[in-house]
Design a binder for this molecule. Structure first.
Ligand SMILES: Cc1ncc(COP(=O)(O)O)c(C=O)c1O
Length: 390
């Protein structure tokens, strides 16, 4: 590739430089493979940042998007659409039982922003609790409940009172959750923090204490949702029902979209004009949501997620990997060295993985269609890296 046509240099010259980018340029992708401009085939176990639930070029998803774009590319929420109704029906059918109302948005941060707004308005309270190590997005409200974000992404102050419960500390959770708290927001599996799965006791404590105090419990399943945990939503594995749940990333399999789900009694407190968005619930995004959910069901992908998780746990504690945390295909491989070093070596083997905010944790966010042979390849590549205590 000549310097003049290299998109890395052209993006560097034309974009605000906020992303550290990987050293390859994808030109197409199919299944779990990315084909690069210089002809490499890279096994994508990072799933496009947990987005590519069905991998790439999945026939049902691409056909649904193409068909919808040809028939009706866009109409806003000013009109009702059959395809939007189908997306909402599909989504609530796989969500925890009492979450039977959907509000569609465009991203994870926007979903959390609206979930927090719903909680503050519905309770009339001013305080939100989040969990240490959490990540909820980069907008004003989502950034305010993100851990270790002292500068609030450049906003001069937080839009409401926020405090953080130390993760997995049940006693402090009990002490902090009172009748002044509008909501507790939590990721059942903390994705950016390294796929750290909260303890079942802690999640049960959050549910019990919020219920007792009239506080709403918001599950941020932007990263853990839509099958990635081995259930449609990770809270289903924990056996709890939150009051509000947010989804994005894999929801559209690559088409930008997000959703806030809540119970009927909460939804009834909102009327025309209280929430809104131009693009949320657009027809192409809705068609993608339907195709993603139907494919997960018809291709038995939840079982595949559980099988591949078991295979990774059995075969990938090798070389630099000392232990594995997380759930389903949202896994953190805890390494004996900086995860960036391990990621770079795996990339030399044409395997793409991700890092996290925990310097020693490598993240696996594979497409839900990932195959046995792909995990075998990962295990073999990890085994070529000698452990520091070998
Ligand atoms: C748990 C969680 N919530 C929210 C977000 C923000 O989503 P988005 O980047 O679509 O705004 C992310 C993104 O990584 C996330 O992992």
């Amino acid at each position: 590739m000549s310097e003049l046509s290299d998109p890395r240099l052209r993006e560097m010259a034309t974009s605000i430089p906020v992303y550290g980018q990987l050293p390859f340029v994808p030109v197409r992708a199919a299944g779990c493979d990315i084909v690069t401009a210089d002809g490499r085939w890279i096994l994508d176990l990072y799933g496009g940042h947990a987005v590519a639930a069905l991998g790439y070029s999945h026939p049902r998803l691409t056909q649904a998007i193409q068909k919808q774009a040809g028939e009706l590319l866009f109409q806003s929420n000013a009109v009702a659409l059959d395809i939007r109704a189908q997306a909402a029906e599909q989504l609530v059918s796989v969500a925890p039982r009492k979450l039977d109302r959907a509000f569609f948005v465009n991203s994870g941060a926007e979903a959390n922003e609206n979930a927090l707004r719903i909680a503050l308005v519905a309770t009339g309270r001013k305080k939100i609790l989040a969990i240490t190590h959490s990540f909820h997005g980069r907008t004003a409200a989502a950034g305010a409940v993100t851990w270790n974000n002292d500068k609030w992404y450049g906003f001069p102050e937080k839009p409401f009172d926020v405090d953080f419960i130390p993760r997995d500390d049940c006693d402090t959770a009990r002490a902090m959750i009172g009748d002044d708290v509008a909501a507790v927001i939590f990721e059942p599996v903390q994705g950016v923090a390294g796929a750290y799965d909260l303890s079942a006791d802690f999640v049960a404590t959050l549910r019990r204490e919020t219920a007792q105090n009239g506080t709403l419990l918001i599950a941020d399943e932007v990263q853990s949702g839509i099958g990635r945990s081995g259930q449609f939503f990770a809270v289903q594995a924990y056996g709890i029902e939150p009051d509000i749940l947010t989804s994005a990333k894999a929801l559209g399999g690559g088409i930008p979209c997000g959703a806030v789900l809540c119970a009927d009694e909460l939804a009834k407190r909102f009327g025309p004009g209280d929430l809104g968005t131009t693009f949320g619930g657009g027809p192409v995004a809705s068609a993608a949501i339907v195709a993603v959910i139907e494919s997960i069901k018809s291709d038995n992908l939840l079982k595949n997620v559980c099988d591949r998780e078991a295979q990774i746990r059995e075969h990938c504690v090798v070389g630099p990997v000392k232990k594995i945390q997380g759930m389903g295909l949202l896994l953190g491989l805890v390494c004996d060295r900086p995860a960036t070093d391990v990621r770079d070596i795996l990339l030399e083997h044409d395997i793409l993985t991700g890092t996290s905010s925990d310097p020693n944790v490598l993240r696996i966010l594979a497409p839900l269609i990932v195959e046995q042979q792909h995990v075998t390849r990962l295990a073999a590549a990890l085994a070529t890296i000698s452990s520091t205590d070998a």
